[in-house]
Design a binder for this molecule. Structure first.
Ligand code: SF4
Length: 299
């Protein structure tokens, strides 16, 4: 294959992958929704979980997105410096989104800021969002694809706390966001928390935290313990599925962190909804792919 053919193949793979993740939820999310459905005991919660399940069956059967809001596409790229299409990646991801928009189809979710018109193609200035992690001495490329819907984007918040606010301040910040906006994001939620040195590092990490598999924990045992405490605290709010009340509000709480300036605590929250459409695909240098989030997919 020459370079042009490789670009075309990777564009097609990514367009198909984006279309697929809009219709089929990741394996870990499906398993968690089943688990929570089992654990809830009030009749309304049961009906809502049954409806979510039926929705997933029909999305697959009718080949339609599992939620009408297919979001703004965001890609987290972990690219080896030896990956042959590194320079072409950003442009081809944009092209893949346009292709998926018409083929899947996806809702048109790119409105040019200040000009106030919908591009009709799901791409615009800076959309899809592409975040980069460059990996030295590697020739493979991992791509996390995420559909950031409006409702689940809404609770997003970041700020810098005074150092004296401590971990109690972080907890208060997260709980304030959850009690005021958690409802808007179609629970049960996946809550990403960034604790870092500034507002932008915390915000980026809170989104990155949503890419982690459910059931995973921060490698620091104190951070991992805070994940569990926050999960218990947010569950105790009793949002339940779709915010209609229930024993469980969240599918999980993931914290990502960096070291920080001693005089500041950057903190941020990002939220994923029950229809948490994220997919993880790894390409080797010959464009053979492995999908870790969804089993049995052929692109
Ligand atoms: S929050 Fe999620 S499930 Fe609810 S409308 Fe938005 S994308 Fe769809």
């Amino acid at each position: 294959m020459d370079k042009k053919q490789q670009v075309e193949q990777l564009t097609n793979y990514m367009a198909n992958f984006v279309a697929y993740i809009g219709k089929v939820l990741p394996d870990d999310i499906i398993a968690k929704l089943d688990e929570l459905a089992e654990k809830e005991d009030n009749p309304l919660s049961k009906v809502i979980y049954d409806t979510m399940k039926q929705n997933q069956v029909l999305a697959k059967e009718l080949n339609r997105p599992s939620c009408q809001d297919t979001g703004v596409l965001q890609f987290w790229v972990k690219c080896g410096t030896g990956f042959p299409l590194m320079g072409e990646l950003e442009a081809l991801l944009k092209e893949a989104v346009v292709k998926a928009t018409f083929e899947a189809p996806l809702r048109h979710n790119s409105v040019e800021t200040f000009d106030e018109y919908n591009t009709g193609k799901n791409v615009g200035k800076g959309t899809p969002t592409v975040f980069w992690d460059i990996v030295p001495d590697s020739d493979q490329c991992e791509i996390y694809s995420y559909m950031a819907g409006g409702g689940c984007t809404l609770p997003g918040k970041a700020m810098v706390l005074m150092p004296g606010a401590g971990y109690e301040g972080v907890t208060k910040f997260v709980m304030d966001v959850m009690t005021s906006y958690g409802l808007n994001a179609c629970p049960p939620l996946l809550v990403g928390v960034g604790v870092a040195t500034s507002v932008e590092t915390a915000a980026l990490l809170s989104k990155k935290a949503l890419m982690r598999p459910l059931g995973s924990h921060n490698e620091n045992e104190r951070a991992a313990s805070m994940e569990t405490l926050l999960e218990d605290g947010i569950n105790a709010i009793g949002l339940g599925p779709q915010g209609m009340g229930g024993k469980y509000s969240v599918m999980g709480v993931h914290i990502e962190n960096t070291a920080r300036h001693p005089s500041a605590i950057g903190v941020a929250v990002n939220v994923g909804c029950w229809s948490h459409r994220r997919g993880h695909i790894i390409f080797d240098k010959d464009l053979n792919y492995t999908i870790t989030t969804h089993s049995g997919v052929k692109l």
